[in-house]
Design a protein around this ligand. Sequence first.
Ligand code: F6R
Length: 249
Amino acid sequence: MKVLEVKDYHEMSSIAARIIIGKVQSKPDAKLGLATGGTPIGLYKELIQDYRSNGTSYESVCTYNLDEYVGMDPEDPNSYRYFMEENLFAHINVPESQIHIPDGTAVELEAECERYDLELNRGEGVDIQILGIGSNGHIGFNEPGTSFSSHTHIVKLAETTRKANARFFRRLEDVPTQAITMGIASILKAKQILLLVSGINKAEVMKQLLTTDEVDEQLPASALKNHPNVTILADEEALSLVKNADLKT
Ligand code: F6R
C-alpha cells in the first residue's frame, strides 16, 4: 500500500479527482467503483466542476457502487442511489443504463447479490475503486469479522456504523439495520484501489491499519494489504497518530 499524506480534506479531494479524471481521459470506457458517505463528496464536487469547465465525458463510463441499505427505495433521500444522483450522477453525462447500485428493495435479496456480482464480473474488472473507511475498519459495509473471500452479500450493520451514519437521518431509529455490500473479494478484484481518509475520527483506525503488518478479518481494511495497487490518500488529522517511522504498508 502506498500512503500519500495530504494536508486536508480539500487536498485529498482534488488529488483523488485528478486521478479519476486522468483515468477517464485515458480510458473513456473506464469502470469506476464508487462509494457514498461524507468522504467522497468533495471528490464528486471536483468531478462535477471539471465536467462543467473541461467537459471530461462520462458517456462511456460504467459505475459500480459499493453498497445500498436494505429496504430503502431508490427515491428515498436516504438511499445511496439518491445520494449518488444528488452528489454526482445528475450533474455529469453518465447514462442511466451504465450506473450500477445494488437494489435494496429486491424481494429476493440473495438473488440480488448474485445478480450484482454477475454485473461486476462482466468483462474486465473495475479500473479504479474508491473507498472510504469506517472507524471500525470496515470497507464497503464489510464489518469486522467478514470473510476476506466474501462476494456481494447481505450484512447486519454494526451499531457503531448505524450511529456514525445517523447524521444523515432524522433519528437513529431510522437508520436501516441491514445493507447489501460488495464483499472483500469483490472489492479486491479492482485493478487499482484508492482509499480516501480524512479527519481526526479516522486517526485511531489508521494507526491500527498502518502500524502493523497484520492482515486480520477483525480489521476489514487490512485485506487491502493483499492487493498490489492500493493508494491511501489520507490527511494530516487522519495520520496524526502515525509517525513515519511506524509505517508498515
Ligand atoms: C460507503 C461505504 C462506507 C464508507 C465508510 C466511511 O459507500 O461503503 O464504507 O466509506 O463508512 O464513511 P464516511 O465517509 O461517511 O466517513
